[in-house]
Design a binder for this molecule. Structure first.
Ligand SMILES: Cc1ncc(COP(=O)(O)O)c(C=O)c1O
Ligand SMILES: N[C@@H](CCOP(=O)(O)O)C(=O)O
Length: 462
């Protein structure tokens, strides 16, 4: 399996190098040159299989000969043994045709664990094999940070630097990161927003001289392995609901677009997905682009769904690449225009996207209403991100005969302020998190400047 860059100018790489590279050298994101196929018979054979078995079958072709079968299977088994639900990602029925796919049963209570538990183990495996050290730089709007720390902290060959926007993540999210006391874990509160943090991380991939030859590694969804691991739960949910003999639609609370892009990949591989619904909060660039071809930045707003407070959506570039017929030059040109001024997509790629994707935006008031109504209707407490999804699913479902699955991306206890604001009782934090509420916190505050962050990383790594 070879991987190519969405901007068409970086060398093609194999799985191991893509895992360790993060961003491509031309600033693009790696995608598989050709996608492996899942046939109807493959899907039928997955019925009744464990999540681990489905994960192994779906991901095996992406990894190729970079890793042997037994080791890969063991890493998957270990990754999902850390989840607090036997089904790993259980499906819950909300009404006759609407389901929640609960992705928050991992160690840090958000969907990021599904990929980052595996990513950490893969990085550990390859770095040990190469006897190499690496430095992770990651940007978080709240959830990736703790999931990356949890997934990678045991890797002796890694130093982990996580940038979060100061004051813009929930208290639980912050404490999940900052109460970790480990020599190789460093939290940085950036005086800026998530886009600033992500720009510093991406900029550092383009300018790695500050590490004097040590490898820089990505844990954000710019890393292909994140997408690969997220593809699995679309397959598992579709099979559970009757694929290949029944179609299924998904609605995904979206921002950096890694989660829903994994659904797109599952569909391109052969999973019968009828519709993919993008749910956004008030940071609605994805919705504006799809609905009115307004691919322009607006000021980043602080919302009740803070993990989705993102304007520059990394993985949208991967979708653009496929929508533009794998034309890296066209993607490069469009993104250069977008950096400077409002941009618009060409007609044909936009039409292609609209065949599969639809979208809706939920304001803070809508989020609160949905949390309240869903609790009244079903007794289910939704986190504010999942609430954007439930809203969009109900608004955009074009095929009521096809089961709709909304991805539940976080546990409500991570966002108790929003839940209480909606008039519900404060959700109970799982017991193993309670200690962190009184624990000391460790983090540094830095300006949103690449040079300041790079100097900090260079002087704190081992
Ligand atoms: C809880 C939660 N929901 C949804 C999202 C959006 O997912 P994506 O960035 O993959 O679109 C995020 C963060 O990215 C998140 O943490
Ligand atoms: N919402 C994310 C932002 C980073 O997204 P990623 O999927 O690219 O890691 C977060 O919670 O940190």
């Amino acid at each position: 399996m070879r991987y190519i860059s969405t901007r068409g100018q970086a060398p093609a790489l194999g799985f191991e190098d893509v895992l360790l590279a993060g961003l491509a050298s031309d600033g693009g994101l790696y995608v598989p040159e050709t996608l492996p196929k899942i046939t109807p018979d493959d899907l039928r054979a997955m019925a009744g299989c464990s999540y681990v078995e489905i994960a192994y079958r779906v991901m095996r072709p992406f990894v190729g000969d970079a890793i042997d079968d037994a080791t890969f299977r063991r890493l998957i088994e270990e990754s999902y043994a850390s989840f607090h639900h036997d089904a790993v990602v259980p499906l819950k029925q909300l009404n006759s045709n609407h389901f929640l796919l609960e992705l928050f049963h991992g160690p840090t209570l958000a969907f990021k664990d599904v990929a980052l538990q595996l990513l950490g183990r893969l990085l550990d495996h390859f770095l040990k094999q190469r006897d190499e050290k690496g430095v992770i730089m990651g940007a978080t709007s709240g959830d990736t940070g703790s999931a990356a720390i949890e997934g990678c902290r045991a890797c002796e060959n890694l130093d982990i630097f996580i940038l979060h926007p100061k004051g813009r993540v929930s208290e639980i999210q912050r404490r999940q990161m900052t109460t970790v006391k480990a020599d190789n874990v460093h939290n940085i509160a950036i005086e800026g927003n998530f886009d600033d943090a992500q720009a510093i991380v991406k900029g550092s991939f383009a300018d790695q001289a500050f590490l004097h030859g040590t490898r820089l590694i990505a844990v954000n969804s710019i890393n292909w392995a994140r997408i690969m691991a997220q593809t699995v739960y679309y397959v598992a949910a579709a099979v559970a609901l009757g694929a290949p003999d029944r179609e299924v639609s998904f609605t995904v609370p979206s921002a950096n677009f890694g989660n829903i892009f994994a659904g797109y990949i599952a569909r391109e591989m052969g999973v019968p997905i009828r519709q993919l619904v993008i749910a956004t909060n008030a940071n609605d660039i994805l919705h504006r682009t799809l609905a009115s071809n307004d691919f322009s930045r607006k000021e980043l707003l602080a919302t009740l769904a803070p993990s989705m407070d993102i304007v520059v959506s990394s993985n949208f570039e991967r979708l653009l690449f496929f929508a533009y017929g794998c034309d890296g030059a066209a993607v490069r040109e469009l993104l250069e225009r977008f950096q400077k001024a409002p941009a618009a997509l060409a007609d044909a790629p936009l039409a292609r996207m609209r065949e599969l994707f639809s979208s809706a935006t939920a304001s803070d008031d809508t989020i609160l209403n949905v949390i309240r109504e869903m609790f009244d209707r079903t007794g289910e407490v939704l986190d504010p991100h999942t609430a954007t999804g439930v809203y969009a699913a109900e608004k955009c479902n074009q095929h009521p005969d096809v089961p709709m699955v909304t991805l539940a991306t976080a546990h409500p206890a991570k966002f108790s302020d929003a839940i209480v604001k909606a008039g519900l009782a404060e959700p109970v934090l799982p017991l193993h998190f309670v200690e962190m509420l009184a624990a000391d916190e460790y983090y540094d505050v830095l300006p949103a400047e690449q040079s300041a962050v790079q100097a900090f990383v260079e002087s704190h790594r081992h």
